[in-house]
Design a protein around this ligand. Structure first.
Ligand SMILES: *[C@@H]1O[C@H](CO)[C@@H](O)[C@H](O)[C@H]1NC(C)=O
Length: 140
């Protein structure tokens, strides 16, 4: 009887150890271009980016959205930011979102790699309570 209980206890221990404590982290700054022959207008994508979360143009320095995902469309282009890797809401600075060639990833790195054509990339950080932000461009 005691032996059986020890077996049950050890099995439970093994199962617990096998479950990941945190979701698997995405690779950062890796562009996934889905179809480079689709030509979007870069200015449309820039305007869509600044339309996220009700608008982050001008002096606004953060994209803060109390949802897992936010989308904006302008002309030919749709831009979506999604909290991934355990993230449930979005809280990212505009500088980090844009990226500017950062090894952490960013919208501008995605544009440089894909196009402007449809694709996605994960940017390090910027999600709550933890996690990263996936930025995606698609045809509107
Ligand atoms: C890529 O986009 C082009 C232009 O819209 C389209 O003709 C082609 O079928 C697409 N390829 C794939 C694999 O979806």
């Amino acid at each position: 009887m005691l032996f059986a209980r020890i077996i049950v206890f050890l099995s439970a221990l093994l199962l617990t150890a096998a479950l990941p404590l945190q979701p698997r982290a995405s690779a950062l700054n890796v562009a996934k271009c889905t179809n480079k022959s689709v030509k979007l207008i870069q200015h449309d994508c820039n305007v869509a980016l600044l339309g996220l979360g009700g608008g982050i143009a001008g002096a606004i320095q953060f994209l803060r959205v109390n949802a897992q995902s936010t989308t904006a469309v302008s002309g030919t282009c749709r831009v979506t930011a999604t909290a991934v890797d355990g993230g449930t809401t979005i809280d990212i600075s505009k500088g980090r979102l844009e990226g500017h060639g950062s090894p952490n990833g960013g919208f501008e790195n995605l544009l440089t790699a894909c196009g402007p054509s449809p694709g996605s990339m994960v940017i390090g950080g910027g999600a709550k309570p933890q996690g990263n932000i996936q930025i995606a461009i698609s045809a509107a």
